[in-house]
Design a protein around this ligand. Structure first.
Ligand code: ARG
Length: 736
């Protein structure tokens, strides 16, 4: 009996392991494509309990977070966790809102914030929560407008017009926000109908030394000890409808909220994640990958790396600057490290090579079946990406430089210059009026002159290093080299001391008495003008190549779908992420990042003590937290060994935009929040790596521990629906 039982378990475990956990699936197809699989792996809910448009279901607890009131995509995901509209998301998702609510005196990023009652909750600037009401396939309607003689541009124009009509018709006079998105590179279209709540308030956030513990050093890495969560609440009018902020609004009564489990995780446990993944490129050709790795990413890494270096220098020694640039810095640092990781891991995991192999088989298949357009599309992609590789630097570098400091300010005066050149009196008057209407102070908001000047100088150096001397604009050859002996710092000093565009006062004085001649001699204006010219010269080739990649990707993916249907009919394809609701399922798993190295699937609070460096910019931690950990005072949140699990790994397939997503067990209870991917699989947006790719989740018990034991916010604990299973008696067979 025992043997047989073990044997059966082994088979079950194998089934779990063999299964690739790849795929970000559309919830409306769960019954047809995924349900049987999920049930075998441990899901206990019915398809109707997951996604239903007639009954309340799990999908009703998942929200997309955006800054607009009619968003077409979401920067993060949140989940509703109480009957009063309480919402969990990541710390790094609430970061921008918390920054905006903070001042040096009330620095909630540094010190945290906890509302003790509804009245203390703070309206979050620029945060909306979208609930998905329903989704439907509109491929036939959308593609019905495409005529056989249309070229790519005409086709897109017709499609976009149709999309607008369909969206308008589904909005029910503005009650809903319907969004239609293309799938499989424009081979299918789906409409998503949302209800958007615009009154979202900050309820609780821990100090960044908890919520961002480990900083950018630990970002995109495991093991990780970050308490990456923050808490908001959705408010509605008294009838439960969306309403802009008002003191009369009340907490939303949601259709569904997620219970929270204290059971914790074990290896192989079933997990599912729902949310709004932003974008993946799983069907990208080898040519696209090579272009990104060899050309595009290195340019952005070069530029962002320098910007970050400058910000770091100032932020780490000045609290006010630190707060001012916090959100901007976090975003740049996140992308910068991601692109470095992608370059490294796309090469290391040989993703382009794998794609070449696929493309070769695909070409053989297409030729055998006399489908000549497909190999042709690949040829065209090779060509288009070749064009992009040549031209990219002439678009991206000048684009960033033209926006730096005073050069960026000068760009707002291009219209005025054009009007003066036209010599048309009315046009000049109109342009001057436009200048007078400008909010000059707002243009300088969240900038520090020292930081900006240094950035301006360093970016001018970055540009010089990226081009041959013969390609440099006159501002280098005629001004910096001749008048400043090539000394860019001295040039920047001069610009900041004299340029019209370097201070709000000088800009205002100029607007009061505009003088085009004087403006055109201004070095900051000249930089903007010359960089704009470089861009304009490159744009025709750049645009044509971009359009060619889209058109041929569309054909290539159409071909790939036929190829798979023909050669591997059992394989279900899932569409690339595009900021629409997806479900991914998998299990709790460890991994081996390198030969002889084993990474466990959980990490504990002991790791916080190990990493803790008092006073450090990234690895400091609040004294109170350290004390609790040292005393192992974890309350109900400890695991069976008395340890506090901080984060855990699962095999779910996610990407940026999924941040804040709930990770749930087979009963649909919250066991954590997804917040990151791991370094060794940074190639994962292009190719899923089953052996290496993991989602990093903050454990729900650590979240509750911080709320309850660390912050003492028992008002929130009382509001949550916290569950713990009865301990299961060991079965006879399992006892030794
Ligand atoms: N890598 C995370 C994501 O893209 C963001 C983490 C933010 N933390 C940071 N140290 N910048 O979702």
């Amino acid at each position: 009996m025992k043997k047989l039982f073990v044997f059966a378990l082994a088979i079950l475990a194998m089934v779990g392991r063999v299964r690739a956990d790849e795929g970000m699936w559309l919830p409306m197809f769960v019954e047809r494509l995924n349900y049987v699989d999920m049930q075998k792996m441990g899901l206990q809910l019915t398809p109707e309990e997951l996604y239903s448009i007639n009954h309340n279901s799990l999908k009703d607890a998942i929200v997309g977070l955006a800054s607009e009131s009619k968003p077409r995509g979401f920067f993060c995901t949140g989940e509703i966790v109480s009957e009063k509209g309480l919402l969990f998301t990541n710390h790094h998702c609430g970061y921008s809102a918390v920054q905006k609510l903070s001042s040096v005196e009330h620095d909630y990023l540094k010190d945290g914030f906890w509302a003790r009652n509804f009245g203390e909750e703070l309206p979050a600037p620029d945060m909306t929560a979208s609930f998905l009401i329903r989704m439907e396939n509109v491929t036939d309607e959308v593609l019905g407008v495409v005529l056989s003689d249309m070229d790519w541009q005409a086709r897109n124009k017709a499609i976009n017009a149709k999309i607008k009509d369909l969206e308008a018709a589904a909005s029910e006079d503005g009650k809903y926000n319907p969004v239609i998105k293309g799938f499989f590179e424009g081979n299918e279209y789906y409409m998503f109908v949302y209800q958007v709540y615009t009154d979202v308030r900050l309820v609780g956030v821990a100090n960044s030394s908890i919520g961002k513990f480990g900083g950018d050093t630990d970002n995109w890495m495991w093991p990780r000890h970050t308490g990456d969560f923050s808490i908001f609440r959705v408010y509605a009018d008294k009838d439960g409808n969306p309403a802009d902020y008002s003191v009369n609004n009340v907490p939303l009564t949601p259709k569904h909220h997620l219970p929270i489990s204290l059971d914790g995780v074990k290896q192989d446990d079933f997990t599912m994640i729902w949310g709004f993944p932003g974008s993946t490129e799983r069907y990208m050709s080898s040519f696209g990958i090579d272009y990104n790795v060899d050309t595009f990413y290195p340019i952005i890494i070069d530029i962002f790396g320098k910007e970050l270096e400058v910000m770091d220098e100032f932020m780490q020694k000045d609290d006010a600057i630190n707060l001012m640039y916090a959100d901007n810095h976090a975003g740049l640092a996140n992308t910068w490290k991601n692109f470095i990781g992608q370059c490294t891991m796309l090469r290391k995991n040989k993703v382009s090579e794998a794609k070449v192999k696929l493309e070769n088989n695909f070409t053989l298949w297409a030729n055998r079946n006399n489908k000549k357009e497909y190999p042709q599309a690949l040829e065209n992609l090779k060509d288009a990406y070749g064009q992009l590789a040549q031209i990219a630097k002439y678009v991206y570098y000048p684009n960033f430089i033209a926006q730096m400091g005073p050069a960026g300010m000068a760009s707002a005066f291009q219209g005025y210059a054009m009007a003066v050149d036209s010599k048309d009196k009315d046009a000049i008057n109109a342009a001057v009026m436009e200048l007078q209407a400008m909010d000059v102070d707002a243009m300088f908001a969240e900038t520090n002159p020292q930081v900006e000047q240094k950035m301006f100088a360093e970016m001018l150096k970055v540009y010089r290093n990226a081009f041959d001397a013969s390609e440099l604009p006159e501002i280098y050859t005629k001004v910096i080299d001749k008048k400043f002996k090539g000394d860019i710092d001295a040039f920047a000093d001069f610009v900041y001391a004299t340029s019209i565009f370097a201070t709000p006062e000088r800009i205002k004085a100029f607007i009061a008495k505009p003088n085009a001649k004087k403006m055109k001699k201004d070095y900051a204006y000249q930089i903007n003008e010359e960089m704009t010219e470089v861009i304009m010269n490159a744009v025709p080739q750049y645009r044509a190549a971009m359009v060619a990649t889209q058109e041929n990707d569309h054909i290539f993916v159409k071909g790939l779908r036929e190829y798979y249907a023909d050669t591997q009919p059992e394989k279900s394809l899932y569409p690339d992420a595009n900021s629409t609701m997806r479900m991914s399922y998998g299990s709790v798993q460890d991994y081996m990042p390198a030969d002889a190295v084993h990474y466990d699937y959980v990490c504990t609070a002991n790791g916080i003590l190990e990493k803790y460096v008092p006073g450090d910019y990234e690895f400091d931690a609040p004294k109170r937290l350290i004390d609790l950990i040292e005393k192992k005072d974890f309350g109900a949140y400890a695991d069976e060994n008395g340890e506090l699990i901080v984060c855990f790994l699962s095999t779910n397939d996610i990407t940026g935009g999924n941040s804040g997503s709930p990770i749930m067990n087979g009963k649909g209870e919250l066991i954590g929040l997804a917040f990151d991917g791991n370094w060794e699989a940074m190639s994962g947006d292009v190719n899923f790596e089953p052996k290496l790719q993991r989602t990093i989740n903050v454990d729900a018990r650590y979240v509750l521990f911080i709320i309850d034991k660390y912050a003492g916010a028992t008002n929130l604990i009382d509001e949550l629906d916290i569950r713990k299973s009865e301990p299961q008696p060991l079965r006879e067979e399992e006892e030794q």
